[in-house]
Design a protein around this ligand. Structure first.
Ligand code: GAP
Length: 435
């Protein structure tokens, strides 16, 4: 079910070697826990985000999008409760002085094995900075630790400009920042990461029904994009463990190489956020139901996912090594909607005769798919390279293509090859890959 830790190493290695994810500031020795998304990584991460956006916004008529600011004034974070309670328990090992998140180490220092620590203290995870050239309290700003608050502070703006009524949602994708005490496991927990969050505003009486609905919908989203059912499970948080805003939280968990851990959280936030912001700002954040002639503060159901964490889960579950003809091939069995390239066009040789037809094929497919064009090394090596980055289809243009106006289409997973007429190629590939 879950992979061995070796798989994590193999995926990290592949990510660096093939341009998915590089350690940030690598030429200066790296900057702990920050990563840069390379040419293939940016394509895949964008596909993860687009797949989320498509299911949340494009395919529905009850959810609209938003892109709010990352920098925010202290007032927002005081009202949201983050200034007071967005903390992790911090301890120092009394022997080696290393700092740890108390709830993650089971009383034993992971560095030196010592079991004595300082008193635990609350460490606030928000990054504090300064806006403008003036120093002091008036200039304090915070980098958002979640995208959600930008949605709550825009609740009234969206309600009036878009003429919505509950149940309706606001979706947002963007960077969030947390000064994590122990960032770890590659891009699983980093200090800078990307979230995909949706706040779904509902009449309070319908909150439980929608909470269940979104747990189901979000679980199925991962399943549909290729994570096997035996690597996904739901975990309902016990009441005593809930975040300050939550009336109920269920995590979609993934079987990582180190065991089950969070992929996404779905929470019933009740009317906590709108009430807090309404009280603090003096603005009414309610919905007036004309038919019933009543005002109420909607409850919020929030599916909150990590884009970068989801990308890691997709990579881990797609990665496979298998022996083909006595040689090991690594293959990323990514869903075509997530793969960096959907198609690779491969002229059989560098001979100039093949170039015009190969470019013609590329021109036919590029408007629909992200394509790679690769002429270097043997065709066998090029197939392996495409397998390793998850390209579902390779299209080979050979010398026969010049006469029969057909090309060979090779499938990443089965390695089966089919001859297809160039005139039918675009519709054939669309039929194979589009969902
Ligand atoms: N608005 C609610 C919220 O932010 P969360 O469970 O703290 O809830 C939601 O975060 C998701 O964001 C997590 O399930 C995870 O996928 C992602 N996430 C949170 N902290 C992260 C970190 N330090 N690095 C990478 N992803 C993170």
């Amino acid at each position: 079910m879950s992979d061995t830790p070796d798989i994590l190493e193999s995926v990290i290695n592949l990510c660096k070697r093939r341009g998915f994810i590089f350690p940030s500031a690598d030429i200066y020795g790296g900057f702990r826990s920050t990563y840069d998304y390379g040419p293939l990584g940016v394509l895949m991460l964008r596909n993860v985000k687009n797949s989320w956006w498509r299911s949340m916004v494009q395919m529905r008529d009850d959810i609209v999008g938003l892109d709010a600011a990352i920098l925010g004034p202290p007032a927002v974070w005081a009202a949201s409760g983050h200034l007071a309670t967005f903390t992790d328990p911090l301890v120092d090992c009394l022997k080696c002085k290393e700092r740890w998140r108390e709830d993650k180490i089971d009383g034993v220092c992971p560095k030196c094995g010592n079991t004595t620590f300082t008193e635990s203290r609350a460490f606030n995870l928000m990054f504090k900075t300064q806006a403008g050239p003036i120093e002091g309290e008036g200039a304090t700003a915070y980098l958002r630790p979640e995208t959600a608050q930008g949605i709550f502070t825009n609740f009234a703006n969206v309600l009036t400009t878009m003429r919505r009524k509950p149940p309706f949602g606001i979706a947002q994708i963007g960077k969030s920042f947390r000064n994590e005490i122990t960032p770890q496991n590659f891009v699983f927990r980093t200090r800078e990461f990307e979230q995909m969050e949706m706040e779904y505003f509902v009449p309070p009486a319908e909150a439980d029904e929608w909470y269940r609905y979104w747990i189901d919908a979000r679980y199925n989203w991962y399943l549909d994009l290729g994570i096997p059912a035996d690597r996904l499970r739901l975990f309902e948080h016990p009441q005593h463990d809930l975040s300050h805003y939550s009336r109920g939280t269920t995590d979609v968990e993934f079987a990582y190489p180190w065991g089950w851990d969070e992929l996404e959280g779905i929470a019933n936030r009740g009317d906590y956020d709108l009430t807090q912001h309404s009280n603090a700002s003096g603005q009414k954040l309610e919905f007036y139901d004309q038919a019933a002639n009543e005002r109420y503060t909607p409850y919020v159901i929030e599916p909150a996912a990590g884009a970068t964490r989801a990308m890691m889960a997709f990579l881990l579950s797609a990665y496979e090594e298998e022996v083909v003809d006595g040689e090991t091939r690594s293959v990323l069995r990514l869903d075509p909607r997530l793969a960096p390239y959907q198609v690779a066009v491969l002229p059989l040789s560098k001979k100039p005769e093949l170039e015009a037809t190969s470019r013609e094929v590329l021109g036919l497919l590029r408007p629909y798919f992200m394509c790679d064009y690769d002429v270097t090394q043997s065709i066998g090596k090029r197939y392996r390279r495409q397998d390793e980055v998850g390209t579902p289809l390779c299209i080979t243009v050979d010398f026969d293509s010049l006469d029969d106006r057909a090309v060979t289409v090779r499938d990443r997973d089965t390695m089966a090859q089919e001859r297809i007429a160039i005139s039918d190629l675009a519709s054939y590939v669309i039929g194979r890959l589009a969902r």
